[in-house]
Design a protein around this ligand. Sequence first.
Ligand SMILES: CCCCC/C=C/C(=O)SCCNC(=O)CCNC(=O)[C@H](O)C(C)(C)COP(=O)(O)OP(=O)(O)OC[C@H]1O[C@@H](n2cnc3c(N)ncnc32)[C@H](O)[C@@H]1OP(=O)(O)O
Length: 451
Amino acid sequence: MGPEGSGWARRKVRAVVLCPQSPRSPPAFAHAPILRGPDSGRVSRPSWARWFPGHPGLHFPAGLPLGWKALLAKSEVISFPVVQLHLNRTAMRASQKDFENAMNQVKLLKKDPGNEVKLKLYSLYKQATEGPCNMPKPGVFDLINKAKWDAWNALGSLPKETARQNYVDLVSSLSSSLESSSQVEPGTDRKSTGYETLMVTSEDGITKIMLNRPTKKNALNVEMYHEIMHALKAASKDDSAITVLTGNGDYYSSGNDLTNFTDIPPGGVEEKAKNGAVLLREFVGCFIDFPKPLIASGQCPALGHLPSPSLGYSIAVYASDRATFHTPFSHLGQSPEGCSSYTFPKIMSPAKATEMLVFGKKLTAGEACAQGLVTEVFPDSTFQKEVWTRLKAFAKLPPNAMRISKEIIRNREKEKLHAVNAEECSVLQGRWLSDECMNAVVNFLSRKSKL
Ligand SMILES: CCCCC/C=C/C(=O)SCCNC(=O)CCNC(=O)[C@H](O)C(C)(C)COP(=O)(O)OP(=O)(O)OC[C@H]1O[C@@H](n2cnc3c(N)ncnc32)[C@H](O)[C@@H]1OP(=O)(O)O
């Protein structure tokens, strides 16, 4: 079926990829060339699409290793429909109808999302409907209109369709975070800090960093990696006593966003793998160096690599009896990261760590607690109440004493952890260039596999 076929129109859209090079950079798709979609007018084309063969004007990038070339060439012959399907689904973006639905959803929000979010909604709405800011700048004393103008103007030349998609995504995350009371922890809507992929709040001596891409199961796209690092650095300097890491929605996290693999820079996949290793090393380094008590609070399944740093370096891990812990590195043709190759065998036992890290065994919260990875498990129904009562009590303890105690517990290991992190990232850099990894990613993206 061709791109204009009705099957295309009915398929769901996949996430588009962000570019890893610059911290807090705008999404790569904001600058991508344009394709025409069946029901959404002009839609941006994912930058990775040009590396897939079989489409007019698509070619192999310079520096593509033989293994990948062979695989891509093979997919041209035997799996062309898969690649075609994926391109099409990605190319389709939020339709006018999705946008209108989102506008109606905003009116139905039961809680005020706060001024910062409202400004974001306003600016995305204006950009989506009128394009770049076209109003004269209000005077300095016209505070409200000036704030609105600033927010809209800050979107620069973001394409209308990207603004429309971002608006729909934002409303969707707001709906799930503000409306789902069982998932929302105290303090969630008190302070929004302008992050795209996180909700960060600070209250009662506790800074809470909540992963906030519930529709993508909190998969870590490149922006989220940078935002988590930014939030951790800010939390290490703020006046809170403890920091809590948690996830919004029905997954704590689904690990690395596998679409990260599809945004190939001009230097080819080798440059991509190198950038990924640099990013991961810096990301894990932030956890190693984080000076305050860090508590991971997981009510839901955690998958992939966020569990590794969270489990390895948190001073405490609280889980509900619904949570599971899964590090399926081999399934994805990858290898352990987040220092899990060092911390897991120490915390659990080499044999149990092998089951988890090599064979990808998924642990229930109870099993993870019995293995020492999780501090305590609570019933799902009372999880939030019990954990937050405890956290609030911890946050009243003298902060300097807690910081110094953490330091003395962890500092002897710091150098070792940084060395392990560097080694793991270097091994992973090689794995990302392997056919095993490429196959696993293609299988997920083409919907042939899930974990
Ligand atoms: C800097 C580099 C670091 C490298 C080291 C990292 C290693 C890892 O993290 S390994 C782990 C990678 N993660 C995965 O392989 C998980 C893949 N996801 C799944 O298997 C499933 O999505 C699921 C089991 C997590 C949930 O299944 P289900 O409840 O059926 O939900 P959907 O599959 O429909 O997911 C909804 C939506 O979210 C997208 N999504 C989920 N996880 C990811 C992901 N990791 N990467 C990209 N996208 C993800 C999924 O594609 C769906 O999107 P839409 O189709 O657009 O609705």
